[in-house]
Design a protein around this ligand. Structure first.
Ligand code: 3PG
Ligand code: MG
Length: 349
């Protein structure tokens, strides 16, 4: 895989540095609800300060503003507050949400010129956004001497390992609801994996018309619920015996045992997507069992994609896996083997 040149090879002393970070974090009103991505951006910012950058200007998108109300709701101010709380330094400032400029998502050169104005160097550390060809990720990288930040490099290295020689057994675990996004990854990686385990909503689709050219393990039982509600009537059922109109909201105990046993023996693991509606305690057991098995395995283990990352963090198991990716769509596109425009725009190492 292509490796972009590292910020560590740049001479930043006395320079004004524009950093693209992915600070697209969940908000609750005017508060940052989860600051994982802000923390993940800190090592590069610290590196720049420690190496004498004169000024560090950070930019990021936040959400997908469309309506007038979104302009209020999606101001980056709460993110800026949190960033400066974590790294108080008068040489850092954060620009307003890049998507407030209509040129951003069009990869408009005019907006890129505005961003580059007065800057000496560009550092892209926004792994979660490198699959987007936008002004702040792509066009601007062609206007300034550009480098990859430490988080971006670490993500490319950790996820990239799954595309190279891996230790076997290589087990792929997929779940969640965004089925279409993930089929391409399964197709690309699945043929190289020894076992492919599929749970969550994805399992239903694959069972209905398996479009995959390799064999997969599907749940044999589910926790079936009378409707999509936290307090719905629920019981364990064989997949062939789910009552008409009921929904499988988690994999069942037998499937959870079988999946965990396979995961525990793995030497390489990629996990994307929960096994059920784990936000609701009654439907969390399957996801918990898989998360525990991933943590227990003596394996190179990577967790990617928003919901599985949240699950592993909420279970307090994040420090027992090899790598937790900050990228959702970006990690999937990388593992599909697609070119990432934000990476391609940075000169090679
Ligand atoms: C993400 O959260 O997946 C990234 O920040 C990219 O956001 P986007 O899908 O709105 O481009
Ligand atoms: Mg996304």
């Amino acid at each position: 895989m292509r490796s972009p040149r590292s910020v560590e090879s740049a001479d930043v002393r006395g320079k004004r540095v524009l950093v693209r970070a992915d600070l697209n974090v969940p908000l609750e009103g005017r508060e940052v609800a989860d600051d994982t991505r802000i923390r993940a951006a800190l090592p590069t910012l610290r590196w720049l300060l420690e190496h004498g950058a004169k000024e560090v200007v950070v930019c990021s998108h936040l959400g997908r503003p469309k309506t007038d109300e979104d302009w209020e709701r999606l101001s980056i101010a709460p993110v800026a507050d949190r960033l400066l709380e974590l790294l108080p330094n008068s040489r850092i400032r954060l620009l307003e949400n890049t998507r407030f400029n209509p040129g951003e998502t069009k990869n408009d050169n005019g907006f890129a010129c505005e961003l580059a104005e007065g800057m000496d160097i560009f550092v892209n550390d926004a792994f979660g956004s490198v699959h987007r060809a936008h002004s702040s990720t792509e066009a601007v990288a062609r206007l300034l001497p550009s480098y990859a930040g430490l988080l971006l490099l670490a993500e490319l290295e950790h996820l990239g390992r799954l595309l190279g020689e891996v230790e076997h057994p290589f087990v792929l675990v997929a779940g969640g609801a965004k089925v279409d996004d993930k089929l391409a990854v399964l197709e690309h990686l699945g043929g190289r994996a020894d076992r492919v385990l599929i749970g969550g909503k994805m399992a239903e689709q694959v069972r209905a018309h398996n479009p995959l050219p390799f064999s997969v393990e599907l749940p044999v039982d589910v926790v079936a619920a009378s409707g999509f509600a936290e307090d719905a009537e629920a019981r364990v059922a064989d997949v062939t015996a789910v009552p008409e109109g009921w929904l499988g909201l988690d994999i069942g105990p037998e499937s959870a045992r079988a999946f965990s046993a396979i995961v525990r023996e793995a030497k390489t693991i990629f996990w994307n997507g929960p096994m059920g509606v784990f936000e609701w305690g009654r439907f969390a057991a399957g996801t918990r069992a898989v998360a525990e098995a991933v943590a227990e395995a003596d394996a190179y283990s990577v967790v990617g994609g928003g919901d599985s990352v949240r699950a592993i963090q909420e279970l307090g198991l994040a420090d027992r896996v090899s790598w937790v990716s900050t990228g959702g769509g970006a990690s999937l596109e990388l593992l599909e083997g697609r070119d990432l425009p934000g990476v391609a725009a940075i000169p090679e190492a």
